[in-house]
Design a protein around this ligand. Structure first.
Ligand SMILES: *Cc1c(COP(=O)(O)O)cnc(C)c1O
Length: 422
């Protein structure tokens, strides 16, 4: 049996940070019971598999039949729906969260040498967006319990060149926004939120993505609402929304996407050197119907999250902390920490063994200073952010898709216990 038995699942792009795609080893059947994996290879549990309904499929087909594949009315519908869901006036759909972060950074008018503080425990896109905008990223360490950016570490990282703070609501857990906003106010810093995990997240009754100057969301295949690839910027400022729209489409004057509509050709004018970051109607066709199920999918993931917490209690793993009072956790990831000294299995061995049980897991994330590019460019060393390093070397994300059946969840729990020899 080889990897080709899993062909249908290869329809989904493997996320670069997921290890679900490694081929599982082959076991001789009937020789050693413990060598029989919890799931057979043909039922490999793909980490972060999206749930795509018939409504999405019909809407995509309708787009194809209409012939309007590019940016058009469905994108406008998705933007309006998203703005209503979060309760904010302006939503601009773009091609990815990375694009959303980049364009939001550009609205700050950063100069060479300006600094933006972000977390050392995030996906590379967060840091890259700062660099692409011409600024210098500065890392803050994370809180050991919440794994989110630690306000005291942010405070310590502020310099006269600091212009903005870019917190990430990791796993869907809200950052300490009161503290971060107080630091921002004190030093005159803009706040831009990376909400890639946090569509459903709330903090003190307010939605993530509405606290700062902009909130950036992702609709990548493994996220809570998917469009294949896609992103969204939320901002209260009309002028930022308008500028982001222009920058996302070559810098052409607004509503340039109408230039081939049935109203006939219209001239457009390039007002600045923009990018090609627009979302298409084919993508929005998925998003519209995904959004309609955002709450029911969240409720299902929350159920699974709670079941993991309940049934893995007592196992020698660190489980995620309970959500903080008066917050809503989006339950995007269920991260466990594997401490090799404590449970006798290293994180990487745990990942390999779970994969051998035909259960895909993820790692969110190796801390940013583990990557050679940042080490070489900024002279960062992992020990400078010890909590992010410790978590990054121990963390494993268990499957948490709303599409998991109860039996799938039971398999994950059984596999974790087997892998740890419980
Ligand atoms: C996925 C992710 C991004 C990037 O999102 P894309 O839509 O893939 O560009 C940025 N930040 C975090 C924390 C993410 O998880």
């Amino acid at each position: 049996m080889d990897g080709t038995t899993r062909t249908p699942e290869r329809l989904f792009d493997p996320p670069s940070h997921s290890v679900a795609w490694r081929d599982a080893p082959v076991f001789g059947q009937g020789r050693d019971v413990s060598a029989v994996p919890i799931r057979p290879p043909e039922r490999f549990l793909v980490f972060g598999a999206p749930v795509i309904g018939e409504a999405e499929i019909a809407e995509v087909v309708a787009s194809l039949r209409s012939g309007w594949l590019g940016t058009g009315p469905k994108v406008a519908r998705f933007e309006a729906g998203f703005a209503t869901y979060v309760g904010t006036p302006n939503a601009v759909a773009v091609s990815s969260c990375t694009a959303a972060l980049h364009l939001s950074m550009l609205t700050l008018g950063l100069q060479l040498g300006d600094e933006v503080i972000t977390t050392a425990l995030t996906f590379a896109a967060t840091v890259n967006a700062i660099i692409h905008a011409g600024a210098t990223p500065v890392l803050a360490d994370v809180d050991p319990q919440t794994m989110n950016i630690d306000p005291s570490s942010v405070e310590a990282a502020v310099t006269p060149r600091t212009r903005a703070i870019l917190p990430v609501h990791l796993a869907g857990r809200a950052c300490q926004m009161d503290e971060l906003m107080a630091i921002g106010d004190e030093h005159g810093l803009a706040l831009i939120e990376d909400c890639a995990h946090a569509i459903e997240t709330q903090y003190h009754g307010r939605h993530a993505g509405t606290f700062g100057r902009a909130g950036c969301f992702s609709f990548y295949v493994t996220k809570n609402v998917i469009t294949g690839e896609g992103g969204m910027v939320l901002t209260e400022r009309e002028e930022d929304a308008a500028r982001i729209k222009v920058l996302a489409l070559h810098g052409m004057s607004s509503d340039a996407w109408r230039r081939f509509s049935d109203e006939g050709y219209r001239h457009y004018y390039v007002t600045e050197c923009g990018y090609k970051y627009n979302m298409t109607d084919l993508q929005a066709a998925l998003g519209i119907h995904q959004l309609a199920r955002v709450e029911s999918n969240w409720a299902r993931r929350q159920q699974i999250w709670k079941r993991y917490r309940r049934e893995l209690e007592g196992v020698e793993l660190d489980l995620p902390a309970e959500p903080e009072p008066d917050t809503r956790h989006a339950c995007h990831l269920f991260q466990v920490l594997v401490d090799g000294d404590c449970c006798g299995v290293s994180r990487d061995t745990f990942v390999e063994r779970m994969t051998a049980e035909n259960i895909g897991v993820g790692v969110h994330y190796l801390s940013i200073p583990e990557h050679p590019y940042y080490q070489q460019r900024f002279g960062w060393r992992t020990e400078m952010w010890p909590e992010a390093r410790r978590i990054g070397r121990a963390t494993v994300s268990l499957p948490l898709s709303a599409g998991l059946a109860d039996d799938d969840v039971a398999d994950v729990i059984a596999a974790v216990k087997k892998v740890l020899n419980v």
